[in-house]
Design a protein around this ligand. Structure first.
Ligand code: ADP
Ligand code: ZN
Length: 291
């Protein structure tokens, strides 16, 4: 059986066809311009592929409530061409059941289905890149709630030695505004990738990431935390984050998982295919629901 997968990102649309076991058979990318131009290109890619369903993981905020009038719409995104535009509606003519979630929930689902979070009843997936997104998986399903979690905008303490602070236009001290790639670049005046050997950069970065993780641990009790996104290519962050999380928990929790920090806070396990594989699972779930 063939399933279509669409990772709808702010800069590119990754379209793929795969099988139930998560194997990707073919893949291509289309630049994200306007909905009017981009959506028909996606439709024409999938039209002759004989897919049984389509799973879509989208940048947001996106309306995930099937009972809402604007289900499948991109909401008030800073990407103006897509603001209040009907993403899913533009793909309806494919005539197959469609499943939808956020990009980070999609990656979280990919890891829960095919990767390092299989069988775990609570897991979180973070992407730390141009922005920060947090996907939450509870009992094998992504958590939605009233909209979907926006864990990139939780409020944190600013470090007293932070030379710059928060760049979020909405918040004075949020996680994304303090720790996303563009924030690192605003603070230190260089591309994040060029700062690899500046210890103070990753010391501060790990301080913010560890604060956020400590909060998520206390609230969601995840069995595992998966960290992806461009900034996490700095692998020296992992030991710094693990040590600081341990310190910030302050001895309050004493679980089997926390005793083994190296397998508790981990990089994504599916070689950057976690997002597209999550879309396969979203398609499969939509097919099952459609009966
Ligand atoms: P996006 O979030 O747009 O999907 P990425 O996850 O690649 O894409 O994130 C891009 C951000 O990650 C940029 O701000 C960039 O500075 C940062 N980044 C990319 N590669 C690296 C790297 N090797 N080291 C540190 N930061 C990086
Ligand atoms: Zn914010």
């Amino acid at each position: 059986m063939l399933i279509g997968a669409l990772e709808a990102g702010g800069t590119k649309m990754v379209c793929a066809v795969g099988r139930e076991d998560g194997t990707i058979l073919e893949q291509m990318s289309i630049p994200t311009t306007t909905p009017e131009e981009t959506l028909p290109k996606i439709v024409s890619y999938f039209k002759d592929k004989e897919i049984q369903a389509l799973g879509v993981a989208a940048f947001g905020p996106v309306d995930l409530d099937p009972s809402s009038d604007t289900y499948g719409y991109i909401l008030n995104t800073p990407k103006l061409a897509w603001r209040n535009k009907d993403l899913l509606g533009g793909l309806k003519e494919l005539g197959v059941p469609m499943g939808l979630d956020t990009d980070v929930n999609g990656s979280c689902l990919g890891e829960m289905t095919y990767g390092c979070a299989k069988g775990l009843d609570s897991v979180i997936y973070l992407t730390i890149g141009t922005g920060i997104g947090v996907g939450v998986g509870i009992n094998g399903r992504p958590l939605h709630g009233m909209l979907h979690p926006e864990g990139g905008h939780i409020l944190l303490n600013i470090h007293r030695d932070d030379p710059k602070g928060c760049i979020c236009p909405n918040h004075a001290n949020c996680f994304e505004g303090l720790a996303c790639g563009p924030s690192i670049e605003a603070r230190w005046g260089r591309k994040a990738a060029e700062l690899a050997d500046r210890a103070e950069v990753w010391e501060l970065e790990s301080y913010y990431i560890a604060q956020a993780l400590t909060d998520f641990i206390m609230i969601l009790s995840p069995r595992r935390i998966i960290l992806g996104g461009g900034v996490m290519h700095q692998e020296q962050l992992f030991p710094l984050i693990r040590a600081k999380v341990k310190e910030m928990i302050g001895g309050y929790l004493d679980t089997r998982e926390l005793k083994d920090m190296d397998s508790y806070i981990v990089p994504a396990s599916l070689h950057d295919d976690q997002g597209i594989m999550g879309c396969i699972k979203l398609g499969l779930d939509a097919l099952e629901q459609a009966g």
